[in-house]
Design a protein around this ligand. Sequence first.
Ligand SMILES: [Zn+2]
Length: 135
Amino acid sequence: MEQALIEGRKALPQCLPNPPVGCVPVQAGSIIARGYTNAPGKHHAEVMALSQVEGELSDVTAFVTLEPCSFHGRTPSCALALVERKIGAVYVALVDCDPRNQGRGIDILKAAGIPVTVGLMSAQAEQDLSPYLIH
Ligand SMILES: [Zn+2]
């Protein structure tokens, strides 16, 4: 998650008005990709990271600094993208307080049978992200 937070900081300022999220997928203890929020309409952190690896990811754990988006905005839902790639598990630092999300992204993952752990390094994530979240 520490590495995901570092990725997230690379997103500023081009990601705005989206929050600067970072995502790092890990397989057998090694980081296999890195992603952060791109400019609006371009890849979110999760999709940027997923675009660097091929096939199903059932033995991969994704660390994401903010709950993956559940809604189709300018880009398709990241939660659904993770489900489609059959990600093995997801760690989320912060639940998204955006009323369009607010746990729905996590619900999509859990409904697909993916184990989700929330709150890892949440204090640091809150410090990085809270100025950019929609309340
Ligand atoms: Zn997203």
